[in-house]
Design a protein around this ligand. Structure first.
Ligand code: PEP
Ligand code: MN
Length: 252
C-alpha cells in the first residue's frame, strides 16, 4: 500500500481531464510550480458516445514513458474492473468517478488491490449513500479511502454543479476519511476555480483534485474548466499564503 496523503498536508492533485499527448503531459509536469501528484484521464466516461473517450492504451504508454524519466505519483479514473491489471503498474491511486460511485462490483474489486482510492460523490448521492459506498472499500483501510466532493445536482443552473462545502465540514467532523474537493467539476468554469479552492481549504478539506491544461481552449474534454498553467501557478501561490493560516502544509 502506498498512502499518498498524510495528516496535516493539503494536497493538490492536478492535471488534464484527459491525457491527450506526450507534449501536453510534459508541459504540465514542467510548469513553474512542478506538480508531482498528477491526474489524467485514460478512459473517459462521457455523457455522449460521440465525445472523446480517452486515449486508452496510448495514454498508458505515455505515463510509462514519463515515469521512467521523472518522479511523480499518478491517479486516473478506472471505469471497469477489467482495466485493473493493465493500470496497476502505472497507477499510485485509483479514481472512481461520480458515475461509478454506486458500482459496488467495481468497488469490491478495487478493495482487493493495494492502491488508495479517491471516491467521487455521485451526482445526486446523499452523504449517507456516499459513506455506504466506502464500506465496499473497507479492506483498503480508512487511511486509503479519500472522498472527493465534486459538486452535486441541485435546482441551481448558473454553475455546472453545486459545491457542497457543508458536506466537507460534516465529514471532517464526523468521519476518519480524508476529504478532497474537485473545484473544476463543481464550478465548471476556470474563473471560479481558485476561489472555490480557497473555500475548500477554509472548510477543512485535505486537498484538491483540479484540472489543468497547457491550452485549455484546445482541450478535448472539459475545456471551460481547466486552469491554464499561469492560472495554476497563481493558484499555488495563493495556497502557499493561505495554507499556514489553516495549519496545513502544501504538497503539490
Ligand atoms: C473527471 O474527474 O474527469 C470526471 C469525469 O469527474 P466526475 O466523475 O466527478 O464527473
Ligand atoms: Mn473532467
Amino acid at each position: 500500500m502506498r498512502p499518498i496523503f498524510s495528516k496535516s498536508d493539503f494536497f493538490v492533485i492536478s492535471g488534464p481531464c484527459a491525457i491527450e499527448s506526450y507534449d501536453q503531459m510534459t508541459a504540465i509536469l514542467n510548469s513553474e510550480h512542478k506538480p508531482s501528484l498528477i491526474r489524467g484521464g485514460i478512459y473517459k466516461m462521457r455523457t455522449k458516445k460521440s465525445s472523446f473517450q480517452g486515449l486508452g492504451a496510448e495514454a498508458i504508454e505515455i505515463i510509462k514513458d514519463l515515469k521512467d524519466k521523472m518522479p511523480f505519483q499518478f491517479i486516473t479514473e478506472i471505469t471497469d474492473p477489467r482495466q485493473i491489471e493493465t493500470l496497476m503498474p502505472i497507477v499510485d491511486c485509483f479514481q472512481v468517478g461520480a458515475r461509478n460511485m454506486y458500482n459496488y462490483e467495481l468497488l469490491k474489486e478495487l478493495s482487493h488491490h493495494k492502491r488508495p482510492v479517491v471516491l467521487k460523490r455521485g451526482f445526486s448521492a446523499t452523504i449517507q449513500e456516499w459513506l455506504g459506498a466506502t464500506e465496499y472499500l473497507h479492506d483498503l483501510g480508512e487511511e486509503n479511502i479519500f472522498l472527493c466532493e465534486r459538486g452535486i445536482r441541485t435546482f441551481e443552473t448558473k454553475l455546472r454543479n453545486t459545491l457542497d462545502l457543508g458536506a466537507v465540514i460534516y465529514l471532517k467532523n464526523n468521519h476518519p476519511f480524508k476529504v478532497i474537493v474537485d473545484p473544476s467539476h463543481a464550478m465548471g468554469d476556470s474563473k471560479y476555480v481558485t476561489d472555490a479552492s480557497l473555500a475548500a481549504l477554509a472548510a477543512g478539506a485535505d486537498g484538491l483534485l483540479v484540472e489543468t491544461h497547457p491550452t485549455p481552449k484546445h482541450a478535448l474534454s472539459d475545456p471551460e474548466q481547466a486552469l491554464d498553467l499561469d492560472l495554476y501557478n497563481e493558484l499555488i501561490k495563493k495556497l502557499q499564503k493561505a495554507c499556514p493560516i489553516f495549519e496545513k502544509e502544501l504538497r503539490i
